[in-house]
Write a protein that binds this ligand. Structure first.
Ligand SMILES: [Fe+2]
Length: 179
């Protein structure tokens, strides 16, 4: 189940709030500019549905989301433990970074932790199938789906060049082993 845990950034062992309530998650995350929604009527998909079929199935939702965000394109990313690049991909997004555009994800299958670092607090949002999260440009964050990641997510882009991670150099994610 999706869950939000909030910490003081100096105290990884003492959460100040933990909730699985979607409304509470949305409220707490909205306070730092992060959009969170749990979509109640997702689409039925075959377990082996190809990326094109996933995009097609979600097209009405995507069109609305892309319209809201002024986004120009979307794709599907899948990661499973047998991917040969799994370790490199984990490392790429595990260090604290920002992007110059919003990071918008909708989880179709599986899940992972989006962890935002704002105003001395760490917001660990575990997202899973049915969850939409939109992290604003220039918000410090990292992503962790653990050593055996398993997820499929829609990615929505306004500018694909903005999706490059710019690392902050802060080793904070090493203190917050969330997955
Ligand atoms: Fe990111």
């Amino acid at each position: 189940m999706s869950q939000l845990t909030i910490f003081d950034d100096l105290r990884p062992d003492h959460p100040v709030l933990r909730t699985t309530d979607a409304e509470a998650m949305a409220r707490e995350l909205a306070a730092i500019g992060v959009q969170f929604e749990r979509w109640e009527s997702p689409v039925e998909l075959a377990e082996d549905a190809a990326p094109e079929a996933i995009l097609e199935a979600y097209r009405p939702y995507l069109d609305e989301l892309m319209g809201d965000k002024g986004a120009g394109s979307a794709d599907v990313i899948s990661l499973t433990p047998d991917n040969p690049n799994v370790a490199a991909l984990r490392t790429k997004f595990l260090s604290e970074h920002i992007h110059t555009e919003d990071e918008i994800r909708f989880f179709v299958r599986g899940g992972g932790h989006f962890v935002m670092h704002v105003n001395g607090r760490v917001y660990d949002a575990y997202c899973e199938a049915g969850d939409l999260i939109s992290v604003p440009a220039n918000t410090k964050h990292w992503f962790d789906a653990g050593l055996a990641p398993r997820f499929t997510a829609l990615r929505v882009f306004s500018d694909t060049t903005g999706w490059t991670p710019h690392y902050t150099g802060d080793a904070i994610s090493e203190r917050f082993a969330v997955a």
